[in-house]
Design a protein around this ligand. Structure first.
Ligand code: LRH
Length: 489
């Protein structure tokens, strides 16, 4: 029998891509078919996503997939929490607003349920961008289409919205639904209590599906437009990108911590049931739902956003820097002289990142970075420091001893960051694959299609066989202050 070949659509904050993933007897192969930019646009004073650019990119990628071989299935994952609202005729009511928009800052305080109660039901960390607060902002008319929630017949999270455009079928995929802050972490269904507090009806959402469910075939119109075979199925995957990334993290077992490292760094451990303690809430740990009934107990750390925003500021000032050269220079800078809290909400919004970082270093009494390579060093050290602290907290809050760290995503290719993480945690780091999200998307599809079988552990072993991770050993034990250790000379 021929190998199974699926299209994985994976869209992040800065770019989207469509990859062909072939799964056969001799392993897993990936081919990038189309990559397109994503980013924020300002519309009527709000930060929004250019949704047409995303659908155009997806269609273009699927056309390339159909042209270059058979396509047995299509899976879609994107960042979490954001959504589109559709009217009764299925028309999108304005571009989806980006979670980084400031519109939610006031909504958070006005929400009728206490954060204690919200947490004990949903297990979701308090982030001002959670869907539940974005809906409150919509209620207050804070969007380019100010009455869009009143007029809405449907709310679809971004991956579900794209799937709807391909199939005409409206679903809500459970892993991403968990990030809304309105989903019951224990029952994996909407919480009637939270929906009532948010003032939305359950009928606003599509049919709830778990990863692995066939959403429906592409419409004949999409098939004709892309060259895909009539009836090609769109399959629900862990449509929250982090759910897909962690599903394909090689060797992740109890005792291992994961870091899904991209625009954000999502740092935590995998559990089989949510931990809904008030101590966890106070430490702002979240219980996001994963593939196969897993739970990701994690914290959001700002991630490489700090670095990409610095690069953007410098470029705007005429200084266009090459990322790899910058990291090479950063590696020659002294370690740990400027460390900021890389999980501070102060870094959420875009714009003028070097100044905000300098101010934060100043406030800690550290050596304020002057050159781009000093800023890069500061960011790397701060990320590693935040990773170490977060892993230590996750371990303590769940009474789980941690013996290793698994870094996947773009950041796993950043050797400086991987080594700094090993040094700061004092743990062995396994880095890679860089494309874990795409692989997690593909293996869930492949299991639905019957090309793979078994548990998440089995699937992870198959990923590891084709994409063996790189090991980083800690250079020295971390100091008792938890500061990144200095390398011995
Ligand atoms: C990463 C991510 C993360 C969410 C954020 C909104 O892309 O999905 O898991 O917290 O975006």
């Amino acid at each position: 029998a021929r190998a199974t070949r699926v299209a994985a659509v994976d869209i992040g904050a800065t770019s989207g891509r469509v990859m062909a993933v072939t799964i056969g007897a001799d392993g897993i192969f990936m081919e990038e078919l189309h990559r397109f930019p994503n980013g924020l646009c300002d519309v009527s004073g709000h930060l929004v996503w250019d949704y047409t650019r995303l659908t155009d990119g997806v269609v273009e990628g699927l056309r390339a997939a159909a042209e270059s071989g058979p396509v047995d299935g299509i899976g879609i994952d994107t960042w979490a929490v954001d959504y589109g609202l559709l009217d009764e005729d299925g028309n999108l009511l304005g571009s989806p607003v980006c979670y980084r928009d400031e519109r939610t800052t006031s909504a958070v305080e006005r929400f009728p349920l206490s954060s204690e109660r919200l947490y004990s039901v949903t297990g979701i960390q308090h982030q001002r961008f959670n869907t539940v607060y974005q809906l409150a902002a919509d209620k207050a008319g804070l969007a380019p289409v100010s009455d869009r929630l009143e007029r809405a017949a449907r709310l679809l999270l971004i991956p579900d919205l794209l799937a709807y455009d391909l199939t005409g079928v409206a679903v809500t995929e459970a892993t991403n639904a968990s990030t809304t802050g309105m989903f019951d972490a224990t029952t994996r269904t909407w919480s009637p209590e939270v929906l009532a507090a948010a003032g939305v009806e359950e009928s606003l959402f599509g049919r709830l599906v778990e990863p692995g469910t066939v959403i429906g075939p592409v419409t004949d119109r999409v098939a004709a437009h892309t060259g895909l075979a009539v009836g090609t199925p769109v399959i629900a995957v862990g449509s929250h990108d982090t759910a897909s990334a962690v599903a394909a993290t090689p060797g992740l077992t109890r005792g291992g911590a994961f870091i899904s490292s991209g625009t954000w760094s999502l740092v935590g451990i995998e559990l089989s049931a949510p931990v809904l303690t008030q101590a966890g809430r106070a430490a702002n740990f979240t219980n996001e739902l994963g593939v196969d009934d897993t739970v990701r107990y994690l914290r959001n750390v700002m991630g490489l956003w700090l670095l990409t925003e610095c690069l953007r500021s410098w470029a705007a000032a005429g200084n266009h820097l090459d990322l790899q050269e910058l990291l090479d220079d950063a590696a020659r800078q002294p370690v740990g002289v400027a460390v900021i809290a890389a999980d501070d909400e102060a870094f959420l919004a875009p714009g003028d990142m070097p100044a905000r970082i300098a101010a934060a270093v100043q406030a800690t009494g550290g050596v304020v970075p002057q050159t781009p390579s000093q800023f890069a060093r500061c960011i790397i050290d701060s990320l590693a420091h935040a990773y170490a602290r977060t892993i230590e907290q996750a371990s303590r809050l769940t009474a789980t001893p941690i013996d290793s760290v698994h870094i996947v995503g773009g950041g796993s290719r950043n050797a400086l960051l991987c080594q700094a993480t090993a040094d700061a945690t004092g743990l062995l780091v396994h880095a890679g694959p860089g494309e874990a999200t795409v692989l997690g998307n593909a293996i869930v599809q492949a299991r639905t299609l019957g090309a793979l079988s078994g548990s998440l552990d089995d699937l992870r072993a198959i990923v590891a066989a084709s994409f063996p991770p790189t090991a980083y050993t800690p250079a020295a034990a971390p100091t008792d202050k938890g500061q990144p250790a200095r390398k011995a000379v």
